[in-house]
Ligand binder design. Structure first.
Ligand code: HEM
Length: 331
């Protein structure tokens, strides 16, 4: 966010809420299961029974996007408590399908990115007191909150920031550890300690016609530009991967929601981009104009969830994917 429009004492003219969970002993977990193919069918054959089996996820979403190599990706986004996920994954039908060598000869690439969200390394932010993402499984919402609307607020909301700067020492040029199997067709990648994961969502399905047109004409194009900047300039932005995903319904139809899923060397990469880069400044500036134009009638919903990862708290697996998929390009 622009520093110059936030002088000391500046009050953001938009409120914010965070999701709260009573039990913070069993961490939350996000699992992204993706396929690179013209259609999602091969993945869906696994997913349909898997996600309705015992220990099914707390919530499930679908999305699709075309990546920087022009390849179509379909994905499921599933949330669990860690212990329930482990029970679910231990069922042969769920994990065995991924381990099966049959995946190697199919006309598709598969990827699986599993992220544990320890409560002291995690925060959520919502522009309305209606949850999105992992917030759907929360016990409630807290707000309007004070810790928002200034640069560094995201960091301040992560409990660990009180005692740890959460900085990653290695640069984006440091090769990531990886383990190749099945003649190199299957690769497990280890991210650096403190890699930052952001899922930042937009929901314009509740907007009246005039606000929707405003969002699509003014805000959406600059958002797209920002997402492409992060996706295409890792050396400058320290962002390994950015997927700008359209949410889909159960039949893979459009639902007027999207999200950016980003991985960066540490949370400062996203903090710096949000504060200084012309693309997020343009996003922020257009948003402020929307707030001025539509005031309390504004129906656009924005939200994000941010995790600072421990490298042993995740799994990134790529099977027959093109070399620029996710973290694969950095091994
Ligand atoms: C329509 C889309 C977006 C709008 C209108 C928007 C606007 C904003 C606003 C108003 C804030 C301040 C939040 C607060 O603390 O109250 C913010 C923070 C932030 N945004 Fe965005 N944003 C959008 C999309 C994104 C996306 C897709 C990403 C990354 C993938 C992103 C990254 C960030 C980060 C990292 C911060 C936290 C900065 C900090 O606290 O230091 N934003 N954005």
């Amino acid at each position: 966010m622009p520093k110059n429009i936030m002088p000391p004492g500046w009050e953001p003219p938009f409120p914010a809420w965070q999701s709260v969970w009573r039990d913070t002993n069993d961490p939350l977990l996000t699992a992204y299961f993706g396929i690179q193919a013209k259609q999602p069918a091969l993945l869906e054959h696994w997913a349909t029974p898997a996600f309705s089996s015992q220990y099914a996820p707390l919530s499930l979403e679908r999305g699709s996007y075309v990546d920087q190599s022009g390849v179509k990706n379909y994905l499921y986004i599933a949330y669990w408590r860690l212990s329930e996920y482990q029970r679910w994954w231990s069922l042969e039908g769920n994990s065995g399908w991924w381990a099966n060598r049959a995946r190697l000869s199919e006309d598709a690439g598969y990827w699986r990115e599993i992220v544990v969200m320890q409560f002291d390394r995690f925060e959520t932010l919502h522009s309305v007191d209606e949850p999105h993402g992992v917030g759907v499984s929360a016990d409630g919402m807290d707000g309007p909150m004070e810790k928002h609307g200034y640069s560094g607020a995201m960091r301040d909301r992560i409990p660990l920031s009180a005692e740890d700067d959460m900085k990653e020492i290695a640069s984006i040029h440091t090769p990531l550890q990886a383990q190749a199997k099945d003649g190199g067709a299957r690769v497990l990648v280890v991210p650096p300690e403190n890699m930052c994961v952001i899922r930042s969502g937009q929901n314009w399905s509740f907007c009246e016609a005039e606000e929707k047109a405003y969002y699509l004409q003014h805000l959406y194009p600059v958002l797209l530009e920002g997402m492409h900047y992060l996706r295409d300039n890792p050396a400058e932005s320290n962002c390994y991967s950015l997927r700008f995903v359209d949410n889909k319904d159960q039949a893979w139809g459009c639902v007027e929601q999207s999200f950016g899923l980003g991985y960066s060397t540490d949370l400062y990469a996203f903090e710096n981009w949000a504060r200084d880069h012309p693309t997020h400044l343009a996003i922020f500036g257009n948003f402020m104009q929307m707030v001025e134009t539509f005031g309390e009638e504004m129906k656009l919903r924005l939200w994000h969830e941010v995790t600072v990862l421990q490298k042993d708290d995740c799994e990134f697996e790529y099977i027959g994917c093109h070399p620029k998929t996710g973290l694969l390009g950095y091994i």
